[in-house]
Write a protein that binds this ligand. Structure first.
Ligand SMILES: Cc1cc2nc3c(=O)[nH]c(=O)nc-3n(C[C@H](O)[C@H](O)[C@H](O)COP(=O)(O)O)c2cc1C
Length: 210
């Protein structure tokens, strides 16, 4: 598949067939993540492949339970309805995929940020001046994997919604505060063919100097 065509042809898939994804294909997807660029070549990511249906169900349960706790704090009826809908599908459909890849962001030692702090820059300014290189690196790995998943004929969706239950995931999956899941990628043979979502016009997002 040609790369540009692949980039434009990828779309989020939220319904999957139960056909298993062979290990050699999972390995190809992880390899695509491994080859992503990263700040200082730190490769601040790691991957957890979850195929256990019970674990996936427990994760989705944890998300539903957290959303239930969040709903009373909604600012409006509209927001609480949206949260209830998210609980039903947008945050939890990963439990119906044959495999889910959890992409972890490992601790990233941002030497430059520390230096700016020593120079007296407030944390808020450092965040604006140096937008999270560790997280940008992980995002590159995620997009590489999404493209590999698409090129191999599977579907996926970049999911951060379920991370409202990150604390429960820490206990369930056994990891500590030195890392966190940046995204979940459910993987499977698509069981839907939704229309591609529109994009803003290039002119709206581009400025040329010179
Ligand atoms: C950082 C990030 C987080 C996302 N989280 C979710 C999510 O939790 N659940 C979901 O169904 N889609 C999620 N999406 C998918 C977006 O809704 C989707 O990418 C966007 O609407 C564009 O559609 P497309 O992926 O089909 O092109 C997320 C996408 C990104 C980049």
């Amino acid at each position: 598949m040609e790369l540009i065509e692949s980039i434009k042809g990828r779309k989020s898939i939220r319904r999957f067939k139960q056909t298993p994804v062979p290990d050699e294909d999972i390995k190809k997807i992880l390899e695509a993540g491994r080859w992503a660029p990263s700040a200082n070549n730190t490769q601040p990511w790691s991957f957890l492949v979850i195929k256990d249906k019970l674990v996936l169900k427990q994760m989705a349960e944890a998300v539903r339970s957290m959303v239930d706790k969040m709903i009373p704090y909604a600012e409006s009826e509209k927001q609480s309805q949206r949260l209830a809908a998210y609980k039903g599908n947008y945050y939890t459909f990963f439990e119906r995929a044959p495999v889910v890849i959890a992409v972890f962001m490992e601790g990233y030692d941002a030497g430059t940020d520390k230096l700016l702090a020593r120079m007296g820059y407030p944390a808020e300014d450092i965040r604006r001046l140096r937008p999270v290189p560790g997280l940008q690196s992980v995002a590159a790995a995620v997009q590489n994997m999404l493209l590999a998943i698409h090129a191999l004929g599977y579907g996926s969706c970049w999911m951060t919604g379920p991370l409202v239950a990150q604390e429960a995931f820490e206990k369930l999956l056994g990891y500590g505060k030195e890392r966190s899941i940046a995204a979940l990628l459910p993987v499977g043979v698509p069981d839907e063919d939704p229309p591609s979502r529109s994009r803003k016009e290039l002119a709206e997002m581009t400025r040329v100097i010179g």
